[in-house]
Structure formats: structure tokens, C-alpha cells
Design a binder for this molecule. Structure first.
Ligand SMILES: [Zn+2]
Length: 242
């Protein structure tokens, strides 16, 4: 194919723009901030789930505490009843003795139940402080996630602006490149890792880094400047610009 020197130079400029676009895309897809954001989001979700689980556990313990308080109240009311009966002195000595025994076992039961109630209250307090810690951690992480999201969006916006500027330069440039040459360029680019037009410098294809033989170099150098040269190895367009 023939292509005048200026068109070949434009092809190199186009390649630079396309390489920039590829780098920008790679940068956008591999932002360290995005990775950090993913990690923080996971941490936040975990803290949030733990806080929810602790709150659920708290409801269960509250329920346990109510039941425990009710048990104590019931024993207390039976104790009160027995004490009144004893104080009234009514009943046979045997009945009074029985009441006395019952009162002793009720007081023992009351002590046991109060111990249980205390143990539940201690657990509830421990859980309350755990919920407070988890909620604090969750809220801190939420703030961190928001801040990182903002920074990430800003970084993406900057890349997006660079992409727009590069694309508009590209649009302007391709208007001046012959359709046939452009279509060859695009065809090679789609099969050669995005690199279609490369320099021939130091006797090397700058695409595949193959060093040309002396004979090949002599042949290429003898070609008219508007003769489009392709690398024998990678088939990329070789631009002879010194
Ligand atoms: Zn090559």
C-alpha cells in the first residue's frame, strides 16, 4: 500500500492517542482507590452485620431478663404470703412448721433466681458495650466509605476528562487519514494488542522488537518513502521516521 509521509506520521500520532486511551482505560479499571473502596465496603458490611446480630442477641437477652424478673416476683409474692401467714399465727403448729419449711426453700429459690437475674443483667451490660463499639466502628467505616467514594469518583472524573480530550483529538486526526490506511490500521490494532503503527528505529520493529537483518534493512531503505512497510514478523505498520 502507498501512503504519503505525512499520513504515516499521522498514523503514529494516532497510535499515540490510542495508546493513551488504552492506558487511561487501564488506569480507570485498576485504581488503587477502587480496591481500597471494595475492602472498606466489606469491612463496613461486616461491622454492620455484627451490630445487627448483637442487637438481635440483645432482644433475646432482654426477653430472658423479663422472664427472670417475673420468676423473682412470683417467688417474692409467695414469700410475702407465707410470712403473713406465719405472722398471723393462724393454723395448727404442724401447718405453721410446714409454712416455715416452705419459706426456707422459697428464700433459697429466691437467692438462686436473683443470681440468675444478676448474671443476665451482666451479660446485657456486656452486650450493650459491644453494641456501642460495633455501632461506632460501623459509623466510622461508613464515613470512610463515603470519603473514599468521593475521592474515587474524583479520580474517575479526571480520567474521564482526559479520555474525552484524547477522543476529540483523535476524532480531529482521523479526518485527515485516508480511509483505506485507517481501515488497515484498525484491523491490525484489533489483533495486535492495540499497537498497529510503530517506529522502525535502531534497525528494530518497535512493536515486536525484532531486529531486522541487514538485507531486510537495505531492502526497506531502498523503498520509496510513500511505500507502506510492514514488519515481516508481527505485520505491524513500520514507520520510517528518523
Ligand atoms: Zn514487528
Amino acid at each position: 500500500m502507498k501512503a504519503e509521509k505525512l499520513s504515516q506520521e499521522r498514523l503514529l500520532a494516532l497510535q499515540d492517542l490510542d495508546s493513551s486511551l488504552m492506558q487511561l482505560e487501564h488506569k480507570a479499571n485498576n485504581l488503587p482507590l477502587s480496591k481500597l473502596l471494595d475492602e472498606k465496603r466489606l469491612e463496613f458490611a461486616s461491622a454492620r452485620d455484627l451490630a445487627v446480630a448483637a442487637s438481635t442477641e440483645r432482644s433475646d437477652i432482654k426477653h430472658e431478663l423479663s422472664k427472670s424478673e417475673l420468676d423473682v416476683e412470683q417467688v417474692l409474692s409467695r414469700i410475702e404470703k407465707d410470712e403473713k401467714r406465719l405472722a398471723s399465727g393462724l393454723g395448727t403448729p404442724k401447718e405453721l412448721e410446714q409454712t416455715q419449711h416452705e419459706l426456707e426453700s422459697l428464700n433459697k429459690r429466691r437467692a438462686e433466681l436473683e443470681d440468675i437475674e444478676l448474671e443476665v443483667m451482666v451479660r446485657l451490660e456486656g452486650l450493650d458495650s459491644r453494641i456501642a463499639e460495633l455501632s461506632k466502628r460501623r459509623d466510622e467505616l461508613s464515613i470512610e466509605v463515603d470519603a473514599i467514594t468521593k475521592d474515587r469518583d474524583q479520580a474517575l472524573e479526571q480520567i474521564s476528562q482526559a479520555v474525552s480530550a484524547t477522543r476529540s483529538d483523535r476524532d480531529a486526526l482521523v479526518k485527515d487519514i485516508e480511509a483505506e490506511l485507517l481501515s488497515l490500521y484498525e484491523k491490525i490494532r484489533s489483533t495486535s494488542d492495540g499497537l498497529a503503527a510503530v517506529r522502525l528505529s535502531d534497525g528494530k520493529c518497535q512493536g515486536c522488537h525484532l531486529t531486522m537483518s541487514a538485507a531486510e534493512l537495505t531492502r526497506i531503505n531502498a523503498l520509496a518513502i510513500d511505500e507502506l512497510v510492514r514488519c515481516e514478523e508481527c505485520r505491524r505498520i513500520l514507520i520510517r521516521i528518523t
